[in-house]
Design a protein around this ligand. Sequence first.
Ligand code: ADP
Length: 385
Amino acid sequence: MSCVSVVPHGSALSRVGVVGGGQLARLLGEAERPGITVTVLAGADEPATATCDEVVVGDARDDAALRTLAERVDVITFDHELVDLEQLARLEAEGVLLRPGPGALRAAVDKSYQRRLFADAGLPLPRFVVVDSPRDAGLTTFLDTVDAAPVVKAARGGYDGRGVVFSTGRDDARAAVERFGASVVVEESLTLRGEVAQLLVRGADGDVVTYPLVTTVQRDGQCAEVRYPCDTGHDDEAAALAVRIAELVDAVGVLAVELFVTDAGLLINEVALRPHNTGHWTIEGARTSQFANHLAAVTGRPLGPTTPTAAHVVMVNVTGGPQPPPPGWSRTAPRTGVAIHDYAKAWRPERKIGHVTAWGDDAAATRVRAWREARRAGTASWEDE
Ligand code: ADP
């Protein structure tokens, strides 16, 4: 229910290729996209194959498949970070249009590069060190400076908390570094007052729109719930940080910045250069969804307004419970002010299989509506009712 259409104009591109066929590409395919076709590079039965116009069957790092995709589209974008940056740089050098480009993507793909880049730019981060081995002298020095057992993060390939270890102490931290191999990020464990996410969209011409800041609730390293409006303040600071990051990395399309709220203010946790789980609420909750705006950005169209459509919007991820969800869970006529999105993924306990968005005038009632639908599908109840 994105209300604002993307208006084609002048030299806008029309054929978008997406590397990846997961739920983000599926939702991108569902977005209002007049005049834009979407072709995904995906496995034959991935979620996005049902909503896009065309499929190139293959892997994100298969050179032949990537080249077939490039021949069929005007611009290529991404729904995940499991890409080969060197391979993408070669394609770009040959004239394939990638938005975002591999230089920008590196900040999302490689956590150690991201941390160093942001630290050099003076952006606020948790205290960290990048090490290649548990025997690095730098690690010992760092461990001497942090009070609590540190958090250890793999440089690449982590998502939904995988690739993140909350160590129990120095030895455990060292063991995690050994397991993760090279360029491991070791950072201080913070006392969080909360977590928030700032979504921004940057056009190919550098034009920027920001969405309102949202509160995010994480459980077991996974995003469980997103709430608009944000209840922690810091709105202007978060938007300004996201704009600085977007310009620093030369982002095109959606940039999602996940932030820690601490007593010392906002610290950057993570960035993604693609539509993001913390932006799903915009499908019903903002005048232009993150998906419509991502397509607008990568095709060179004007970006749409990001104003919320309701006083309160709550998104809850539907994660598989101990039993499969009841048949037709997502087809039940939803209550007023609730939308259910089924990613058509096979059920597995704790796997994200969809999301629910509720909107309305009352914060508590909106939240209850969202959780009620998510629980009906089997999602464990987390909230403090
Ligand atoms: P992923 O990239 O897999 O989503 P994150 O790095 O975002 O993993 O970490 C997942 C969650 O773990 C965060 O949202 C936060 O709740 C918690 N977390 C991560 N790093 C820290 C830290 N340094 N201090 C406290 N909590 C952290």
